[in-house]
Design a binder for this molecule. Structure first.
Ligand code: EPZ
Length: 419
């Protein structure tokens, strides 16, 4: 068991290179399964979810070697089509291996994915789309058995919700399918664009990524390439919240303003100055932290649900009352009770949270409930009076590469202690 020990009231300052995006690296690793030859992914974050994906690739008969932030994959002739249950359960994104394995081998056996408990996380949109592409999928006792006699075929698909994972799964299944696949009401997240850019470099024919309509012309084969993973826009949002709550000023090297287009105005309303340069964002907060009338989470390009917990932590010290509406997940307020232990005044009802800013937060013993809830507690602890001990750090390690090193580099007093 490990914990983070954070002594608060330290103003963050300095420059940091933004880590590669977890939610891009994971589908890119799955996509490498589709490619003959060698794929080199540069700028992969060193995260437990990334290593779990490497283990899945190994189970599928691929060579997967991690050298720092570079991962080299050889998928010349994958021989497996079964993903072990314990690896499927490690994370939500394991489900995108379904589209890749079906696309490459024509059959797949796997169990339902795991991931942070943010409410029910069904995969009905994934399965319905793959069935329309010719996959025969049977579900028994939590196991999925999938075959596609005659191979996957392109289809006209309409998503009832712009699901990120479902969009990624369809792209992975369609890249080598016969014919054209059209995805309407597709997710528009930057990670979808990153996936399409990678696959096109490998020889795929994908257009429209980043819009709500994506067209994939199936090709006969894909060949691996070298690709740099995009910067992590949720880590950027987290560091923005850390600068805001501590009254600091930080330079986020590699951050792309367009990835956080809906987050910037919220932090500007909170009193931050955010300045965009060609290769970085500069974030400073010199005025008093102010409340924001309402923050609504929405699919991209709306305010990202993943940035909601950390933004709420910053709002808990803002002057005034703010409202957060969580429209994406049913149960994404699990960090509220832990923030309350630090003195935050937050009331929730269904998908709404009302945050009455307080003048001070206090260090406490708290537990990370999930990945971004844990990040929210780190943000709060940075500004709290006294010492915070944060347990269940494993959740945070799923999305932040050595978070204590990143924040220490910006002047925080934070160490990792093994219990
Ligand atoms: C991805 O999850 C991200 N994970 C999540 O980040 C992120 O919060 C989410 O997209 C939304 O942006 C990865 O990329 C690995 P969805 P995903 O499918 O694909 C419902 C983090 O903290 N839905 O867009 O699972 C679902 O229940 C994680 O980094 C269905 O109903 O998200 C949810 O309410 C957390 N049926 C909504 O859609 C389906 O078949 C959004 O889910 C699929 C989804």
């Amino acid at each position: 068991m490990q914990k983070l020990v954070i002594d608060g009231e330290k103003r963050l300052s300095g420059e940091i290179e933004v880590q590669g995006a977890k939610n891009s690296a994971l589908p890119l690793l799955a996509a490498s399964l589709l490619c003959k030859g060698e794929t080199v992914l540069i700028g992969c974050p060193k995260l437990s979810d990334v290593y779990a994906s490497c283990r899945i690739l190994g189970c599928l008969g691929c060579e997967c070697k991690a050298q720092g932030n570079t991962i080299i994959i050889k998928a010349e002739a994958p021989c497996g089509c079964c993903v072990p249950d314990e690896l499927m359960r490690e994370m939500r994104s394991s489900i995108v291996f379904l589209g890749a394995v079906l696309g490459r081998t024509g059959e797949c056996k796997l169990s339902f994915p795991g991931g942070c408990q943010l409410g029910p996380r069904p995969i009905d949109l994934h399965l319905s789309a793959l069935r329309q592409m010719g996959a025969v999928i049977t579900e028994r006792h939590g196991m999925l058995r999938c075959t596609c006699p005659g191979g996957l075929k392109g289809a006209e698909l309409v998503l009832s919700f712009p699901s990120v994972g479902a969009t990624e799964n369809i792209i992975l299944a369609a890249a080598l399918a016969t014919g054209q696949t059209v995805i309407r009401n597709a997710a528009r997240e930057p990670e979808i664009v990153d996936l399409a850019n990678f696959l096109n470099l490998c020889g795929a024919e994908i257009s429209g990524a980043g819009s709500d309509t994506i067209i994939i012309e199936g090709v006969r084969e894909l060949n691996g390439c070298e690709y740099k993973v995009m910067p992590d826009r949720i880590v950027v949002s987290t560091l923005m919240a850390a600068a805001a709550i501590t009254g600091g000023e930080v330079s986020l090297k590699g951050a792309r303003a367009e990835d956080v287009g809906a987050v910037i105005p919220v932090f500007e309303q909170m009193g931050c100055g955010i300045y965009s340069y060609s290769d970085r964002l500069f974030v400073t907060r010199s005025k008093k932290l102010r409340s924001v009338e309402t923050v609504r989470t929405m699919p991209y390009p709306g305010f990202p649900t993943d940035a909601q917990p950390m933004t709420m932590a910053a709002l808990s010290l803002a002057n005034g009352t703010s409202i957060v509406i969580e429209n994406i997940f049913e149960n994404r307020f699990r960090h509220v009770d832990e923030l309350a232990r630090m003195g935050a005044d937050i009331k929730t009802s269904g998908r709404a949270a009302v945050i009455d800013g307080v003048s001070r937060l206090y260090g406490a013993k708290v537990h990370a409930p999930d990945l971004r809830g844990g990040a929210a507690l780190v943000v709060a602890a940075l500004a709290a009076e006294g010492r915070t001990e944060l347990f269940d750090v494993k959740y945070i390690d799923r999305g932040y590469e050595e978070i204590e090193k990143q924040l220490s580099q910006l002047g925080a007093s934070i160490i990792r202690v093994s219990e």
